[in-house]
Design a protein around this ligand. Structure first.
Ligand code: GLA
Length: 415
């Protein structure tokens, strides 16, 4: 384990050294030497992870529960103040650049990825934080658009970068809130807190048990022993993800209103306030679609509680089984799955060495999460890859990962 961690440190420092060179190529030496005659000052380097959600899907905006984790796949950000009135960014991963004025931040559809950066800056500025111009270069070992929260990773990463560059006094919880507002208010996705929270609060070797009612949380040791988390990216574009996502949120609010008119209680403000007995009574008393949405949320919260119990006992087999159950609920009750995601999960249920699998994130394409035995990875990816290729004429990507620490500043020379 220690050896793996050292290799990871070496890899991280290599990514940042390359990014530092790239920064120098694009932006040249700025005037930072004038401040510091002892040599060139290191850029501010930020390492921001992606996230996996072990279980608890579409529960965050329903004030429910989930068990999530940051992962050891990252967005790397390297930046420095430019003493100008603009921000200039270059993404190596996308091979695209952009420049915009700090006091004229506008949403631009054609360079979508920059909106995540702009949104964060706007939220900080609106809160009264003083931010000047800066340059930054970014790269990624995290697949973009695969349902592993590259957007939250970028948002929290940029938030951390400006906090460090401009000495802003902001708590971790505020960083999460401001990054989340950027996505809701500027980018236009009405997402809950799960992604930004997991990215910011991740802890190596632990998963986070999160209650979205008050954002209280608990770290649970995630002792995978001979197993690991295998993300399988279907590479199916998540075209419907934003519109259908916002639609699901609306349906959940409608369901709450409906239920409150049946069960007259002030205590029911979200679907997570309903218990299993109340749910049974509601069947046939409300529109079927709304009932199914409610059933997913109530049963998913119950599964999260069970998962916590299994994790604490180290019972990976039982944990895996409820991952499959979660998938069925997302497929039949929440209706956010696709043929490709269903195919991946059902094939995995037949392959040796797989404990469980389910679609992960918003759904409508993207990735699934599975928990598998390390020594079976080769066989799993060969078998599944070949079957998927035959059926859909495309091969999925397989990404092994482990729980990691949350977004942080890295001083390359200290690694
Ligand atoms: C997306 C959103 C999250 C969460 C998941 C579904 O990833 O950004 O807030 O709602 O979907 O669980």
């Amino acid at each position: 384990m220690e050896i793996k961690y050292n290799i990871e440190k070496l890899e991280i420092s290599n990514w940042f050294r390359k990014l530092g060179d790239l920064y120098y190529e694009r932006f040249g030496e700025d005037d930072r030497e004038k401040e510091d005659t002892s040599g060139r000052k290191e850029n501010v380097n930020i390492l921001s992870p992606g996230r996996v959600n072990i279980i608890g899907e579409h529960t965050d905006y329903n004030m429910g529960l989930s068990i999530t984790s940051a992962i050891d796949k990252y967005i790397f950000i390297s930046g420095y103040k430019n003493r100008k009135d603009y921000v200039e960014v270059f993404s190596k991963y996308l091979n695209d650049s952009n420049k915009f004025l700090i006091d004229d931040i506008e949403f631009k559809k054609n360079v979508f990825w920059v909106n995540y950066i702009k949104g964060v800056l706007k939220e900080y500025i609106q809160k009264g934080h003083k931010i000047g111009g800066f340059n930054m270069v970014i790269d990624s070992s995290l697949p973009i658009g695969a349902g592993v929260s590259s957007s939250a990773s970028l948002e929290v990463g940029v938030a951390k970068l400006i906090e460090e560059l401009f000495n802003l006094k902001v708590s971790k919880r505020e960083t999460v809130e401001l990054s989340n507002s950027a996505e809701n208010n500027f980018v236009g996705v009405n997402c809950g807190f799960m992604d930004q929270f997991s990215v910011a609060y991740g802890k190596k070797d632990y998963v986070i048990f999160l209650n979205f009612k008050d954002l209280s949380y608990e770290y649970i040791p995630f002792n995978l022993e001979d197993n690991l988390i295998l993300i399988i990216n279907s590479k199916e574009e998540r075209n419907l993800a934003n519109t259908e996502y916002n639609k699901r949120r609306k349906e959940c609010s409608e369901a709450v209103q409906f239920i409150s008119s049946i069960i007259k209680s002030k205590d029911i403000v979200s679907l997570s306030d309903i218990n299993s007995d109340q749910l049974c009574e509601l069947e046939n008393k409300m529109p079927e679609k709304l009932f199914k949405r409610a059933r997913h949320v109530v049963t998913e919260n119950n599964r999260v509680l069970l998962a916590k119990e299994y994790l604490l006992k180290g019972d990976i087999e039982k944990l895996g089984r409820i991952l499959f159950e979660s998938h069925n609920s997302l497929k039949y009750d929440y209706e956010v799955s696709t043929d490709k995601l269903d195919y991946l999960v059902s094939q995995l249920s037949e392959i040796k060495g797989v404990y469980g699998a389910r679609l992960m994130g918003a759904g409508f394409g993207g990735s699934i999460i599975s928990i598998v035995r390390k020594d079976k990875i080769g066989n799993i990816s060969d078998t599944l890859g070949a079957r998927f290729l035959e059926k859909f004429n495309n091969t999925p990507d397989f990404i092994e990962c482990l729980p990691s620490d949350g977004t942080r500043r890295v001083r390359v020379n200290d690694l």
